[in-house]
Design a protein around this ligand. Structure first.
Ligand SMILES: [Zn+2]
Length: 146
């Protein structure tokens, strides 16, 4: 292979999750949910087996993150009304320290994925593209290793 070839691989994950944006003046302030779709994109040098990273490894790393949020309500810790309701009715919830915008969720997912991919020395960039709908996404990307 040519020396400067950049190899990129990706795997997609899906889950259902509720949220709301209390500050929003439009529809997003209401309790609602999305079928979230996340593409994890990794670039890097090929290992001795001709892989950037085994798709199986990506799945093993990302599936537990997705299971944590699937069919949960992602609740900003400052949204005390919603948090009280979720606690009172013992509903699945994940409490975070940020408003649950697509941008913030993408950044949060990226941090979790990067933390779990630390041992893969051949990786160069890791990105998370988070779709709230088919037509909208936020992407967070970081350079790693090297
Ligand atoms: Zn929404």
């Amino acid at each position: 292979m040519m020396k400067n070839t950049i190899m990129e691989i990706a795997k997609e994950f899906c889950w259902e999750m509720g949220h709301r944006l209390p500050f929003h003046e439009g529809g997003c302030r209401n309790v609602h949910g999305h079928s979230y779709r996340m593409r994890v994109v990794v670039t890097g040098q090929l290992d001795e087996n001709g892989m950037v990273i085994d798709y199986f490894d990506i799945r093993a790393i990302v599936d537990p993150i997705v299971e944590q949020v699937d069919h949960a309500f992602l609740c900003d810790e400052s949204d005390s009304e919603m948090l009280a309701f979720l606690e009172a009715h013992n509903m699945k919830r994940v409490v975070v320290s940020f408003p649950s915008t697509a941008e913030n969720i993408a950044g949060w997912m990226l941090r979790q994925v990067v933390e779990r991919l630390k041992e893969y020395q051949n990786l160069e960039t890791i990105a998370v593209r988070l779709h709230e709908t088919d037509r909208t996404y936020a992407e967070a990307k970081v350079e790693v290793g090297g």
